[in-house]
Design a protein around this ligand. Structure first.
Ligand SMILES: Nc1ncnc2c1ncn2[C@@H]1O[C@H](COP(=O)(O)OP(=O)(O)OP(=O)(O)O)[C@@H](O)[C@H]1O
Ligand SMILES: [Mg+2]
Length: 272
C-alpha cells in the first residue's frame, strides 16, 4: 500500500497525509531509553504488525498512542493532530484534556489481559462507552452491541457476566467493545497471548473478519506470525527502540534481510 507523500511541515494541514505519524519520538524511563528518535507512518486503512523482542518498545508505542504515556521528545500525529500540542489562535500550545479526549476517541485498544468491567453484563460492557462517552441513544447502542456480538459469535451471551465466559470469549467481547466506539484506529497488544491454546484460533478468526469487513486502521503486536501474514500490509521489526527492518509480511517472514530479524523469528518459531 503506497504511503501518502508526507514531505513538508506536518500539522493540522496534513489532511490526506498519514493517519498516524511518529516523528523523532523519544521515550525514556529514567536512564532507560525505550524509543530512540523513532520515525514511522501508518496510512488510513493500513494494517501494520509490530514484532520484536521483549522490551523493544512495542507496548510503549501503543500506550503513547492511547495517551496513557507522554513522549519525552518528538511528536506523534494522529490525523494531523499532535498528541502533545493543539492549535489555539494559530499557535501551538500544550494539549489540554479536551483535546486528548477528542484524539483518544478515534482509537480503540485491546490488551493482553481481558479487562472487561467485571460487574457489568456483556451488553452493558459494550453499550456503556457509546452511551456515556459518545452520546449514542440506548436503542442504537443496543442494536450495535447485538450486531457486534454477532460478528464475534457471541450473541447468545449478551446477558452473561464476564465471569461466566472463557478467556477467549471475554477477549472477543473486548474486541466488540472496542469496535462499538467506532474507532478509526484499533490497537491490539498480544491479545491472544494470555489464552489457552485452544481458544486462540477463535479470537484470531474474529480479527481476520474485522480486517476483511472493515477499513479500520490496525496496529497489532503479536507473536502469531501466521495471523500477521494473513492480515497485515506491513510488518515492522523493532529492536532496542528502533525499527531494525520493515517490509511486507512475505518479505519479512519469507526473506528477512537483517540478522536480528532472522534470529528473532527463529526464536519465536521454536518457542511458539
Ligand atoms: N511504566 C514503566 N516504567 C518503567 N519502565 C517501563 C515502563 N513501561 C515500560 N518500561 C520499560 O520500557 C521498555 C519497553 O517496554 P515495552 O513494554 O514497550 O516492551 P515490549 O516490546 O512491549 O515487550 P514485551 O514483548 O515483553 O511485551 C522495557 O525496558 C520496560 O522495562
Ligand atoms: Mg508488550
Amino acid at each position: 500500500m503506497p504511503l501518502s507523500d508526507t514531505t513538508g511541515a506536518p500539522g493540522p494541514e496534513a489532511a490526506g497525509g498519514p493517519l498516524i505519524r511518529f516523528e523523532k519520538v523519544v521515550k525514556r524511563y529514567g536512564d532507560n531509553v525505550v524509543l530512540r528518535e523513532l520515525d514511522f507512518e501508518v496510512a488510513a486503512g493500513e494494517r501494520v504488525t509490530l514484532i520484536g523482542p521483549s522490551g523493544s518498545g512495542k507496548t510503549t508505542i501503543l500506550r503513547l498512542l492511547m495517551t496513557l504515556e507522554t513522549v519525552n521528545d518528538g511528536v506523534i500525529w494522529v490525523n494531523g493532530d499532535s498528541l502533545s500540542h493543539m492549535e489555539r489562535n494559530g499557535k501551538l500550545v500544550p494539549a489540554n484534556e479536551a483535546h486528548l479526549r477528542r484524539v483518544r476517541k478515534k482509537i480503540g485498544m485491546v490488551f493482553q489481559q481481558f479487562n472487561l468491567f467485571p460487574n457489568m453484563s456483556v451488553r452493558k460492557n459494550i453499550t456503556e462507552g457509546p452511551v456515556h462517552t459518545l452520546g449514542v441513544s440506548k436503542e442504537e447502542a443496543n442494536q450495535r452491541a447485538e450486531d457486534l456480538l454477532e460478528l464475534v459469535g457471541l450473541k447468545a451471551k449478551i446477558d452473561a457476566h464476564p465471569t461466566q465466559l472463557s478467556g477467549g470469549q471475554q477477549q472477543r467481547v473486548a474486541i466488540a467493545r472496542a469496535l462499538a466506539m467506532r474507532p478509526e484506529i484499533l490497537l491490539l497488544d498480544e491479545v491472544t497471548s494470555a489464552l489457552d491454546p485452544e481458544l486462540v484460533a477463535g479470537v484470531l478468526d474474529v480479527l481476520r473478519d474485522v480486517a476483511q469487513t472493515t477499513d479500520i486502521t490496525m496496529l497489532c503486536v503479536t507473536h502469531e506470525m501466521g495471523f500477521a501474514r494473513d492480515v497485515s500490509h506491513r510488518v515492522l521489526m523493532f529492536d532496542a527502540g528502533r525499527i531494525a527492518e520493515e517490509g511486507t509480511p512475505e518479505q519479512i517472514f519469507g526473506d528477512p534481510r537483517e540478522e536480528r530479524t532472522r534470529t528473532f523469528l527463529k526464536a519465536v518459531l521454536e518457542t511458539g
